[in-house]
Design a protein around this ligand. Structure first.
Ligand code: PLP
Length: 380
């Protein structure tokens, strides 16, 4: 039995062209990009090209791009870096209750260091409340960090409206675009964001790599100290081969973006249609919100996450819940807990299915048939 992968929001398979680019770089380009000799210059060219490709993909310029070890580090540099560099202007940070832990735990860590934070609510449709954001802003707010697309529900947040709202305020605006990048067009100027996070392994690139966009007017305090790499904002010898692969992944994600969007929408529709045809009782979390097509979060009344995920896995379907598994027990997802009331069963019976490169019409429909059978067996 060949397992079917429906967990692309967790990570994606490396694209064959990305693997080729990395292999070639590993075998033929071992120089240190900081060296001035020909070996170094050859490696430097890989970095220069990557920076240009990354910058163009979000309508920025090369010097605004900082390569990092992934989305988590980019979020950390954005949030802690801005907070530490701007604390003379204030110590207040605004974020939301549905952020990825790379953001939430970073903000919580700053609270321990004397910063204050406001965590905005999320409505039952999975969206941030603009009115609450307006009221949360203070004269000493120095950073607002709100994700572009939620990684559990796929709900798109109103980043452009938030950018407009914040334009007149002293605060900097960071968005974690890890799940949006490659699905939605991104123009940092139009969105009026000052900092933006991207991760390579969500777009068929290698793991352990990402980039942070930093607007030229923004100063970030470096979190680690060393050489001059990344204009001292993220020192350390660059992972050249991975960056060569990331460049390929970015280019593919840009040229194929619309086609992928349509394809994943078709997979999602097919998946849902099969559940309906098989009379499965389900509801979609965030159904009435604008969502990206490759992530769908489904609540199956009368079931629980543990039973669902175990049975799916046994039948060869790999999906996930946003729930954290701590010491063998599954804790409800913080995102769904923020969306629903405490006694809603959605927090304990919801599964995220996410589509991507490992899918085709056949394996999506086979997975949906299996899911339908399991849910019906558990509930009927
Ligand atoms: C929204 C979001 N932000 C940040 C991250 C962390 O990125 P990385 O795994 O590259 O550290 C993820 C990964 O799951 C994510 O979904």
């Amino acid at each position: 039995m060949k397992a079917i992968y429906l967990d692309h929001a967790a990570t994606t398979p490396v694209h064959p062209q990305v693997a080729d680019a990395m292999t070639e770089s590993l075998q033929e380009n071992f120089g240190n990009p900081s060296s001035i000799h020909s070996f170094g210059r050859k490696a430097r060219q890989v970095l220069d090209k990557a920076r240009l490709v990354a910058a163009q993909s979000i309508h920025a310029t090369e010097k605004d791009i900082v390569f990092t070890s992934g989305g988590t580090e980019a979020d950390n540099i954005a949030i802690t870096g801005v907070a530490l560099a701007n604390q003379a202007k204030g110590k207040h940070i605004v974020t939301t209750k549905m952020e990825h832990h790379a953001t939430l735990h970073t903000v919580e860590n700053l609270e321990k260091q004397g910063f204050e934070a406001t965590y905005l609510d999320v409505d039952e449709h999975g969206a941030v409340d603009m009115e609450q954001l307006k009221h949360a802003l203070r004269d000493d707010t120095i950073l607002v960090t709100i994700m572009m697309v939620n990684n559990e529900t796929g709900v798109i947040q109103p980043i452009e409206k938030i950018g407009d709202l914040l334009a007149e305020h002293q605060t900097f605006f960071h968005t974690d675009a890890v799940q949006a990048y490659g699905m939605l067009p991104i123009d940092v100027g139009e969105l009026k964001v000052d900092l933006l996070t991207v991760s390579s392994h969500k777009i068929n690139g290698p793991k352990g790599l990402g980039f942070l966009y930093v607007h030229p007017d923004v100063t970030v305090h470096a979190l680690q100290h060393g050489g001059e790499q990344e204009r001292k904002r993220r020192p350390g010898t660059e992972n050249v081969a991975a960056i060569a692969g990331f460049t390929e992944a970015i280019q593919l994600s840009q040229t194929e973006r619309e086609q992928r969007y349509q394809q994943y929408q078709d997979y999602r529709d097919l998946f849902l249609q099969i559940l309906r045809d098989q009379d499965v009782d389900f509801s979609i979390n965030g159904e009435n919100s604008e969502r990206i097509p490759n992530i769908i979060n489904i609540s199956f009344p009368g079931t629980n996450v543990e039973a669902l995920l175990t049975n799916f896995d046994l039948s060869g379907v790999a999906a996930s819940s946003g729930s954290a598994c701590t010491a063998g027990s599954v804790e409800p997802s913080h995102v769904l807990s923020a969306m629903f009331t405490e006694n809603s069963s959605c927090t304990t019976n919801s599964i995220r299915f996410s589509f991507g490169l490992a899918n085709n019409q056949e394996n999506v429909s086979e997975a949906a048939e299996k899911v339908a059978k399991i849910v019906n067996r558990l509930t009927k």
